[in-house]
Design a protein around this ligand. Structure first.
Ligand code: UD1
Ligand code: MG
Length: 458
């Protein structure tokens, strides 16, 4: 979808080149993450959802390097970037962007890259409101605040004064500049050429275009944000934590409205783009990310983490970590299990305390209830893995596979020295060190494991 406001095509500029010195970080500010995605990702997603598909990001070298990955993940595969070097202020950033863009006669949405709570509806409202030179998004906010103040001339917007340049009286004003602007491009091009940097920070302020447009007799339409929290800027780590809490709450509410039960949203950490089916339950202290999916009636937590996990319907995960893996319907995992490395657990599998799996395929009904490591293994239907079993998959040079058939009984404390194959219905005694294949129905025990004599029939 491409946005129009009924009369003109709308393009977007994201200001994301600032170093973000107040973050005190080696990483650029807009690359800092909240709820599993960078600030820039969130802004790009909102623009996408508002229908602004044609986006130019004003970047520094580091942001430009990551832009392709971030923008494709946010749904903007074609976002382009222009590097602003040196960074002489938000007005300079827009000058650089306009130098890059072929001149047009449509609308330009300009948005600060450090407002990750921005919602697409507000962008839409500003686009719809842009009838003159500029629709300027403002917000009433509790004081004190470091935002730029909107100085009104009667009913109308007169100019913006930055907090650092404001008089004591101006600092008492509680209508703020949000950092989201929809300009008539031609009028912006005329005003931006006039910017000067004679202010407290010695920077070219984009906000000065407001006063100069007003001075030219152009109309600047204020668009008051219904909730100031959706335009909070993130300039340091305190603001990052505050924004993270707000965004996380918003995500929890989104998934709850879609039917998930979240026992304690304050200690449940979610990300965008999860799939949580109705009637799934998430218990406290759980973190769910990287496009994980959770089936209906599944129960996750407490104290669990899912990352790129697919959890089946009615599955239960308690106090466990599931990474890059699939848990079948009705399976039970935990407490204290670590399932990773493309493990696939079939329907009704049971994985208990202190069990780790890596790159395994466990068929339906397999049980490994205690203290076990299964790596690079396939296990057949209904097989029981005794406590303390280890697949010794690493020979010091490479990883080797273990194949265990169906209806096998692996005795407690067995060490299976890979590569090794255990046939259907076989059995290993407690403490076996199995370094040879065991045929179907075979029974072995000992170190090294040897076949047990067949029981004489009485
Ligand atoms: C800015 C506004 C202020 C507003 C506030 C809202 C100006 C002068 N002030 O202040 O009125 O209330 O946002 O959050 O615009 N950037 C560049 N190149 C630069 C400088 C900044 O791309 O040379 C980018 C930054 O990466 C950032 C955005 O522009 O994403 C805003 O810059 P920032 O320094 O955070 O401005 P604020 O002081 O927050
Ligand atoms: Mg800022």
């Amino acid at each position: 979808m491409s946005a129009t406001n009924g009369r003109a095509h709308v393009r977007g500029i994201v200001l994301a080149a600032g170093k973000g010195t107040r973050m005190r970080s080696t990483r650029s500010k807009v690359l800092h993450e909240l709820c599993g995605r960078s600030m820039l990702w969130h802004v790009l997603r909102s623009l996408h959802d508002a229908g602004v598909g044609d986006v130019l990001v004003v970047s520094n070298a580091e942001v430009s390097e990551h832009l392709q990955t971030i923008s494709s993940d946010a749904g903007h595969p074609s976002a382009s970037s222009v590097v602003q070097e040196p960074q002489l202020g938000t007005g300079h950033a827009v000058q650089v962007a306009l130098g890059e863009l072929a001149p047009g006669d449509g609308m330009l949405v300009v948005v600060n890259g450090d407002m990750p709570l921005l919602e697409s509806q507000l962008i839409r409202s500003a686009i719809d409101a842009c009838a003159g030179a500029l629709a300027l998004v403002t917000a009433r906010m509790p004081l004190p605040s470091s935002f730029g103040r909107i100085v009104r001339k009667g009913e109308h917007v007169g100019r913006i004064v930055e907090a650092r340049d404001a008089s004591d009286d101006e600092l008492e004003l509680d209508e703020m500049n949000a950092g989201l602007y929809v300009y008539d491009e031609k009028k912006l091009r005329a005003a931006i050429a006039e910017l000067r940097n004679d202010n407290a920070q010695g920077e070219y302020y984009l906000t000065d275009t407001v006063g100069s447009l007003v001075a030219r007799g152009e109309s600047v339409v204020p668009v008051l944000a219904p909730d100031y929290r959706s335009v909070l800027g993130v300039n340091d780590r305190v603001e990052l934590a505050a924004a993270t809490a707000l965004l996380n709450r918003r995500l929890c509410e989104h998934y709850m409205r879609a039917g998930a039960t979240i026992i304690d949203p304050a200690t449940t950490y979610l990300e965008p783009d999860l799939e949580i089916a109705p009637d799934a339950t998430i218990l406290p202290n759980s973190t769910i990310g990287r496009r994980s999916t959770i089936g209906a009636h599944a129960e996750i937590g407490p104290n669990s983490r899912l990352s790129n996990a697919r959890i089946g319907a009615h599955a239960v995960v308690i106090n466990s970590l599931i990474v890059d893996s699939v848990i079948g319907d009705f399976a039970q995992v935990g407490p204290y299990a670590h399932i990773r490395g493309a493990s696939e657990l079939g329907t009704g599998v049971r994985i208990g305390n202190f069990v780790e799996t890596k790159n395994v395929k466990l068929a339906p009904g397999v049980k490994a209830a205690h203290l076990t490591y299964l790596g690079d293994a396939t296990v057949g239907d209904r097989t029981n893995i005794g406590a303390g079993t280890i697949t010794c998959n690493y020979d010091g040079e490479k990883k080797n596979a273990t194949k265990i058939g169906k209806d096998v009984f692996i005795g407690s404390n067995s060490a299976l020295i890979a590569p090794v194959e255990i046939g259907d219905g076989a059995m290993t005694g407690a403490g076996s060190v199995v370094n040879h294949d065991v045929p179907a129905g075979g029974r072995v025990a000992g170190n090294p494991a040897r076949a047990l004599p067949r029981k004489e029939k009485p």
